[in-house]
Design a protein around this ligand. Structure first.
Ligand SMILES: [Ca+2]
Length: 161
C-alpha cells in the first residue's frame, strides 16, 4: 500500500464453524488491540481491511481457533512449587494437581548444576527430593513436565526441610 495506514476494520465472516452474525470486533487504535465479542468455540474467519491515507484498501483473511478458557487452563499443570520433605506429612512430596488428566507424562527434575535427579514417566506424585534413597540437599530445583497434546511446563521447585 502506498500510503500511511489510517484505518483498520475487522469483519467477521462466515467460517467453517458457522455464521458470524453474533460476533463483533472492535479495533482500539490507541493500543492496537482488538476486542472480540460473541465468539464461540471453533474456527472463526475474519477479514481485516486496512485503509491508507489515499483511501486504498487491502484485505487479508485470517482464520483463528477459538478455545474456551476452561480448555486452555486444563492443559496447564498446577503444582505447588515448594516442598518440605521432612516426613511430617505436610507438603512432603511434589504433587501435580489433576495429573491423571494429562495421560502419558514424563517429569524430569534437575538440580542447580543441571544434573538430572529424577526422570520418571507416568509420575505418581511421590517425589520427596531423594535420589537413590538419599536425601537431596535443600535448595532450588528445576522441573520439566511433558505430556500428550503438546503439554510442556517447566519451572522451579524449592526444597526446604
Ligand atoms: Ca513437610
Amino acid at each position: 500500500m502506498p500510503g500511511k495506514v489510517v484505518g483498520m476494520n475487522i469483519i467477521p465472516t462466515n467460517g467453517p464453524s458457522g455464521a458470524a452474525s453474533n460476533v463483533m470486533a472492535t479495533v482500539i487504535p490507541t493500543s492496537n488491540e482488538v476486542i472480540f465479542q460473541g465468539l464461540r468455540e471453533g474456527l472463526q474467519e475474519f477479514e481485516v481491511v486496512v485503509t491508507d491515507e489515499y483511501g486504498i484498501t487491502d484485505t487479508t483473511k485470517y482464520i483463528i481457533t477459538v478455545t474456551s478458557r476452561a480448555d486452555t487452563e486444563s492443559k496447564r499443570i498446577e503444582l505447588y512449587n515448594a516442598i518440605s520433605p521432612n516426613g511430617d506429612g505436610v507438603n512432603d512430596v511434589l504433587v501435580i494437581k489433576n495429573i491423571e488428566r494429562y495421560g502419558e507424562n514424563t517429569i524430569r527434575i534437575f538440580d542447580r548444576w543441571g544434573s538430572e535427579v529424577l526422570r520418571q514417566s507416568d509420575y505418581k506424585n511421590d517425589w520427596n527430593a531423594t535420589w537413590n534413597g538419599n536425601d537431596l540437599p535443600d535448595g532450588t530445583y528445576f522441573y520439566i513436565f511433558t505430556a500428550a497434546n503438546d503439554v510442556r511446563e517447566s519451572g522451579y521447585i524449592e526444597v526446604k526441610r
